[in-house]
Design a protein around this ligand. Structure first.
Ligand code: 3EB
Length: 358
């Protein structure tokens, strides 16, 4: 296995308070990222696609940015509301939209019947259409990873939970841009933010990514209709070869076996189930990879915990399971089923660093 540090991509968890003090050299290498703070911060580097998400750090913790760096020569651009940065192999982009019903084109029949899509659904569809349009135009067809954040994810409105509205809009956009909604779909996460509009970040490549599924979970794109009229369009992980190195992006992973939530009300058991799922996904990834040997203790993790008071329990279970310090970032956020208390995402095959929070 080649050392991950030699690859083109690396991840840095940086306190948001240090963003303004970084050198030009640092800025030049930034591909993009996500800053989690309460309230969302305004960052005065509009040429860098840093998504600002309103999210609550753990007690005593500070606002943190997940910053992706590339060794490639990078160039910034804009496409409508999307800010992006691209190199030869990779493009990172992000956008923030207020929810509004007017965003997505509606067909004549629904206009005639005055059936408007819920605003979140329409905004989601418009955002994803725009993203795919950009990626097709610039020649980065393969999305390695989507990050999705919007408030009140479990709230019911327009006779449907908002996460389900999001799934309808997302799937409609995939279909309208001719993308598959089963099989090789991108890895993703979807979390409830504390406030704000719809925030989406994405990392895409010219190289094709392989979608990886978890043998102990029903693929999300095959979830039965009890979880909503449209299945979520994401795979359990994405694997891509970047300049000779396999890089792995593990989607938000929850306490789900088959398609069912396990251990409702028991955050410790849910955490162990998440980690067990991640272990299975890592094993699948290692079967598919010709260059890498991914291990749980050299992945970087982001952990979303629904209730602040569960933070310590989750941390204890993770440290026990993984058994070694790895870069981890904890946030308090709602997860996309009301009975899920924790969601864990991870990535590997790239260098990672954490400034004082490893
Ligand atoms: C799950 O496994 C938990 O809709 O993009 C995890 C990761 C979840 C991504 C998404 C949802 C998403 O169904 C929820």
């Amino acid at each position: 296995m080649k050392p991950a540090g030699e690859g083109i991509l690396s991840l840095e968890y940086l306190p948001a308070s240090r963003l303004g003090q970084q050198s030009q050299h640092w800025r030049d290498s930034v591909l993009g990222g996500i800053c989690f703070s309460r309230p969302a911060i305004r960052f005065d580097a509009a040429e860098l696609p840093l998504l600002s998400v309103d999210m609550i750090p753990p007690p005593g913790g500070e606002a943190i940015c997940e910053v992706w760096h590339s060794r490639e020569a990078l160039q910034s651009g804009r496409h409508g509301a999307i800010r992006y940065r691209q190199g030869d192999a990779l493009l990172f982009g992000c956008l923030s939209l207020e929810e509004s019903a007017a965003e997505a084109p509606r067909d004549a029949a629904s206009v005639a019947a005055s059936v408007a899509s819920p605003p979140l659904q329409a905004t989601t569809e418009a955002a994803y259409r725009k993203i795919f349009e950009l990626l097709e135009a610039r020649g980065y067809p393969s999305v390695l990873r989507f990050w999705n954040y919007f408030p009140a994810i479990n709230l019911e409105s327009h006779a449907m939970e908002r996460y389900r509205q999001f799934n309808v809009g997302r799937q409609d956009a995939f279909i309208s841009r001719g993308r598959s909604v089963i099989g090789n779909v991108p890895a993703a996460c979807a979390l409830g933010s504390a406030a704000g509009g719809l925030h989406i970040a994405f990392l895409a490549s010219r190289e094709v990514a392989i979608g990886i599924e978890n043998p102990r979970q029903v693929s999300a794109y095959n979830y039965p209709s009890q979880y909503g009229p449209r299945s979520p369009s994401f795979s359990r992980a994405g694997l891509v070869n970047l300049a000779g190195h396999d890089v792995l992006f593990i989607s938000g992973t929850a306490s789900i076996v088959g398609h069912q939530t396990m251990h409702p009300g028991d955050v410790a058991a849910q955490t162990r189930e998440c980690l067990q799922n991640i272990a299975f996904v890592v094993e699948e990834a290692n079967r598919m990879s010709t260059t890498a040997d991914f291990r749980l203790n050299d992945l970087a993790y982001t952990i979303y915990v629904r209730h602040t008071e569960d933070m310590d329990t989750v941390r204890r279970e993770i440290e026990r399971f993984i058994g070694a310090p790895t870069p981890t970032l904890y946030m308090q956020a709602d997860v996309c089923r009301a009975d899920l208390l924790v969601e864990i995402e991870a990535s590997g095959g790239h260098a990672s660093s954490a400034y004082g929070i490893a």
